[in-house]
Design a protein around this ligand. Structure first.
Ligand code: NDP
Length: 342
């Protein structure tokens, strides 16, 4: 069983060398022992998600949402897998599943609290269950429809807009009849947003000297909804440009994950003047809506009303580089690692 092991706690930007591949010498037993209640799976796809960086820190505060990974042990995260053997009544051999697995070829899952059976894989790639039909898709859905209270005609801004979550939020907002602008970190991504994903406008935030001026250019009347993925300077500029009764859904702040000290936000009084609602949310609280989400999004995919861009790297050995690449914007679309297709 090959595994991706975390060497030690990480500070600063993560590097490929913070992880290594370990191959265990003994052959894996593909049958569970009699009486086991676990689920043995073969992992097909692994999902690279920014929050994994947060788990690479030493986390002492028990109030935090995440626990640290253990140095010397494999990482874990979302993936798509096939059940090889199961002693659990809800899962059987041959089932396809998505949920939390180890960063390894085979995982033994003892507590399937976040493991969903895949019922629909006709006309949709299985890798979609790491993205549009999995956790990032649910995040976009819950964040946009449940947290942003969107209305037709509103002005919507999304940061990290070409990523796993952002590209879907933008398409949901367009389907609702909103005016949608995204920011991203390269010309290729900006073109993708405008030409392939139907955004009204997009800009490369790395080329803007003054983010406030850039936002004023795209939103002369201000922003009703900001879907926050990056934090830091972008959030500060957005606050100044919110409209009265605007909403900010705080999904994540990827620009802050590698900093020792978070960057300050200066413009907080504008939240008062403009009666802006800022709400954080966590996708785990919304998994009860998963079937409702699939009912909405599967037809959109099949009808070609929503498309989804993936960036797939090949083999477990490529996983450390793929994960680290999220923090320099190397990924174009949802970053997935394909382990095998069988
Ligand atoms: P992405 O697929 O968007 O990948 C991360 C992207 O972030 C990179 O491609 C890069 O794009 C951008 N980025 C990296 N560093 C910076 C930086 N310093 N400043 C600005 N942008 C940066 O990731 P996801 O779509 O999976 O996640 C988006 C956000 O949603 C993250 O903050 C994540 O933590 C959060 N999240 C929250 C969840 C929740 O339950 N609340 C669940 C899932 C995700 P670019 O080239 O444009 O810079």
């Amino acid at each position: 069983n090959k595994q991706v092991i975390l060497k030690d706690y990480v500070s600063g930007f993560p590097k490929e060398s913070d992880m290594y591949i370990k191959t265990s010498g003994s052959t894996i037993n593909l049958k569970l022992p009699q009486g086991s209640s676990g689920i043995l799976v073969k992992n097909l796809f692994l999902s690279c998600d920014p929050y994994l960086r947060l788990r690479m820190r030493k986390i002492e505060d028990t109030d935090e949402l995440f626990q640290s990974f253990n140095p010397g042990s494999p990482l874990s995260g979302y993936g798509v897998a096939k059940v090889l053997d199961s002693g659990h009544p809800d899962f059987k051999q041959g089932d396809l599943v998505w949920g939390i697995v180890g960063w390894e070829e085979y995982s033994l899952i003892t507590q399937p609290t976040t493991l969903f059976k895949i019922h629909h894989n006709d006309h949709v790639p299985l890798s979609y269950y790491t993205g549009i039909l999995g956790m990032p898709g649910m995040t976009a859905y819950a964040g946009f429809y449940e947290v942003c209270s969107p209305k037709k005609g509103e002005y919507v801004f999304i940061s990290a807009a070409s990523g796993a979550v952002g590209q879907l939020v933008g398409q949901f907002a367009k389907l609702m009849g909103c005016y949608v602008v995204g920011s991203a970190g390269s010309k290729e991504k900006v073109d993708l947003l405008k030409k392939n994903l139907g955004f009204d406008e997009a800009f490369n935030y790395k080329e803007e000297q003054d983010l406030n001026a850039a936002l004023k250019r795209y939103f002369p009347k201000g922003i009703d909804i900001y879907f926050e993925n990056v934090g830091g300077k972008m959030l500060d500029a957005v606050i100044l440009n919110m409209r009265v009764h605007g909403r900010i859904a705080v999904c994540g702040m990827v620009s802050q994950y590698n900093l020792q000290e978070p960057e300050g936000v200066h413009n907080l009084m504008s939240i008062v003047y403009k009666r802006v609602r800022i709400q954080g949310f966590v996708v785990f609280d919304y998994y009860h809506l998963y079937d409702k989400f699939l009912d909405l999004v599967l037809p959109y995919i099949r009808q070609g009303k929503i498309s989804y861009v993936e960036d797939i790297s090949q083999g477990l050995e490529s996983a450390p580089a793929a994960l680290v690449g999220l923090f320099s914007g190397h990924n174009v679309g949802k970053q997935v690692v394909r382990l095998t297709t069988s």
